[in-house]
Ligand binder design. Structure first.
Ligand code: IPD
Ligand code: CA
Ligand code: CA
Length: 268
């Protein structure tokens, strides 16, 4: 088993250095390409950042495995051993269009259990981090345990797409929830939205389809402060599989499920 304190020291150092490189990249010309569709963007900076981490992890922790969005890591079949799940830039569309509202996201799991989570808001230089059993923090400030909140007083992160015609969820399902909550927000970075749930800036975040690198770090952060992270139909997330994600304050998670999501079926 790894010395988590030592791993934590390395990650914090690397993530800050990678962030610094990303900020410097604002001055140079981006090479932008599309992946699965014309809105699914990737840049040379996404790829270079993933390679930056992989090189260092391989040299320092040669027996660790890596699952990276841009595909430079390992092809994993199971959750045995120590796995780094990396999204080098979560919110690439924001990175390209806004040069803000994106993050580096790293979750480290051992035998399927979340041990260390990091979400680095590069532009604000804010690092959300957690170590299982040792609390969650934004920089040096410890995040408070999440408290229950009434649905009508809550702010939920949800993309407007899910209440329009789409191919994952019946557009009618989330309308009543959107109407009943105090407000909704959509920031365009799943990792940041989960960091905001962990730090209480929003009360919940839900979406119909995320990959492991989108939610791996956020799950660790939110659970460390007593929040709940499942699929939309309340099932445990598999850290090697794509899934819907429903992350929330305790209590609110059960209340929203009971009142708005009963018997929900999603298209995969
Ligand atoms: C995306 C962002 C976005 C979410 C998408 C993700 P990427 O990640 O997290 O908020 O809605 O599903 O794919 O592609 O910018 O790393
Ligand atoms: Ca992502
Ligand atoms: Ca990404």
């Amino acid at each position: 088993m790894s010395n988590w304190q030592e791993v934590d020291t390395y990650v914090k150092h690397w993530i800050k250095e990678a962030g610094d490189r990303i900020r410097k990249s604002f001055k140079s010309q981006l090479n932008i390409q599309t992946k699965s569709n014309r809105n699914d963007l990737v840049t040379n900076v996404d790829q270079e950042t993933e390679q930056y981490f992989i090189e260092r992890i391989r040299n320092t922790f040669p027996d660790h495995y890596i699952l990276g969005e841009e595909g430079f890591g390992d092809d994993l079949k199971d959750t045995e051993g120590t796995i780094w799940i990396i999204d080098p830039i979560d919110g690439t569309m924001n990175f390209v269009h806004q040069q803000r509202n994106f993050a580096i996201s790293i979750g480290i799991y051992h035998d399927g259990e979340g041990m260390l989570g990091y979400i680095y808001d590069v532009v604000h230089d804010e690092l959300y981090h957690a170590r299982k059993g040792h609390g969650a923090f934004m920089d040096d400030m410890q995040l408070k345990p999440l408290e229950e909140v009434d649905i009508r007083d809550s702010i939920i992160g949800v993309n407007a797409l899910w209440v329009t015609e789409n191919n994952r969820i019946d557009r009618e399902v989330l309308g009543p929830l959107v109407r009943d909550v105090r407000g909704t927000r959509s920031y365009g970075s799943a990792a940041l939205e989960m960091a905001y749930v962990a730090s209480g800036r929003i009360d919940g975040y839900m979406t119909m389809r995320l990959a492991p690198w989108d939610f791996a770090a956020g799950k660790i952060l939110i659970e460390e402060v007593g929040g709940v992270v499942t699929s939309l139909d309340g099932k445990e997330l598999n850290i090697l599989q794509k899934s819907s994600v429903f992350s929330c304050k305790p209590g609110l998670h059960e209340n929203i499920q009971a009142s708005y999501l009963k018997g929900i079926s999603l298209n995969s």
